[in-house]
Design a protein around this ligand. Structure first.
Ligand code: FES
Ligand SMILES: [Fe+2]
Length: 361
């Protein structure tokens, strides 16, 4: 089994959702966490355990935010947005009382927190997304939870073969090689797709996509549809929940569609903003449908450390080499699995056993 929590930045929630809830609780990479904002907009994501006597700080257990600080329901210790205890109701503040906090970053109003190997600090940052401004729609968000792993789901973006068989894309082609530098992996591909209703070809899309992956929890795909002239962005955020399930969040944004190159059925006379908003909802729902097709495979598949690839499978092994940096010692498999894997290689393929032993550690 793959180590369920590779290092990286993982989505927690939208800033709006944190602000709206006051104090938000989540199961996030096997931790119970709480998130809140203070009055100046600093966000804190912390383990929901009070360092005093271990009370649960989540809102369900009575945790509350007062004046931008988190108040423990058990003895009323008060924590600021850096996690530091700043007051108690009945005694001098113990200086060493600090929450376990996770480093955060805000990308287009989406809050991510860092999970480091052995709790080490961030090793890289997610770059700011391309500017949006007034020319782009609001974000549309959908999420799906299922048994899976962020490496397996991210691998789909380099596995061009499945696009045809699972999703029915035509003429899928890689444009240039996959390029990786540090924690960033970039790839471009083109495809065509026909939407048919009752056997009649209704739409034919002609798409170029550029995927930028920054760790296994964050990918952004910049998509240009040529026949209508739609520019959109899709964020794919895979967040391990509890060691079995992941939550996949899809976030879509579309550039205002002022003058489509060809009419879109039913949308011709709509005002530009409304047309774009509807289009964004349609796109994110279509992406969700695609993900649901993938989920059928992901939930049941076995991770094969040495897959039997064919020539047109593309650069799956290059992707896997990129992934090694996110695991302790570069080892994606948990220790027990490595022993099992070595045993199976020793019996089945003695000639390559030495080589694999070296790779599997
Ligand atoms: S356990 Fe939180 S204040 Fe005592
Ligand atoms: Fe897919």
């Amino acid at each position: 089994m793959l180590n369920p929590f590779p290092e990286g930045w993982y989505f927690v929630a939208r800033r709006k959702a944190i602000e709206r809830s006051g104090l938000l609780q989540r199961t996030w990479l096997g931790n119970q966490v709480v998130a809140w904002c203070n009055e100046t907009g600093d966000v804190c994501v912390a383990e929901a355990v009070c360092p005093h006597l271990g009370a649960d700080l989540s809102p369900d257990a009575g945790g509350r935010v007062r004046n931008g600080c988190l108040v423990c329901p058990f003895h009323g210790f008060v924590y600021d947005a850096t996690g530091q205890c700043v007051a108690t109701p009945y005694a001098p503040t113990p200086k060493s009382a600090r929450l376990r906090v996770f480093e955060t970053c805000d990308i287009a109003g989406m809050i991510f927190a860092w999970h480091g190997i052995g709790d080490r600090p961030p090793q890289w940052q997610i770059p700011a997304p391309p500017p949006s401004g007034h020319d782009w729609s609001e974000l549309e968000i959908r999420s799906v939870r299922f048994a899976g792993h962020p490496q397996e789901t991210t691998e789909n973006s380099v596995d061009l073969g499945h696009l045809r068989y699972v999703h029915g894309y035509d003429s899928v082609g890689r444009v240039g090689p996959l390029v990786f530098e540090g924690a960033c992996l970039k790839g471009s591909f083109d495809f065509k797709r026909t939407r048919a209703i009752a056997g009649l070809e209704i739409f034919r899309y002609d798409v170029s996509a550029v995927t930028s992956i920054h760790g296994l929890g964050y990918s952004i795909v910049e998509i240009r549809e040529h026949s209508i002239g739609i520019d959109s962005r899709l964020w794919v955020l895979a967040t391990p929940v509890d060691g079995t399930d992941i939550e996949m969040t899809l976030v879509s944004q579309v550039r205002l569609l002022r003058s489509p190159k060809r009419p879109i059925a039913g949308m011709r006379f709509l005002p530009v903003k409304l047309r774009t908003r509807i289009l964004n909802k349609i796109l994110v729902s279509a992406q969700r449908q695609d993900v649901m097709q993938d989920v059928v495979i992901w939930r049941r598949k076995t991770f094969r450390p040495r897959p039997l690839l064919c020539r047109s499978d593309g650069e799956i092994m290059k992707f896997r080499r990129y992934c090694e940096q996110f695991y302790p010692g570069g080892q994606p498999l948990l220790a027990d699995e490595r022993i099992e894997f070595r045993k199976s290689v020793d019996t089945k393929d003695p000639e390559q056993a030495d080589q694999v032993r070296t790779r599997a550690g």
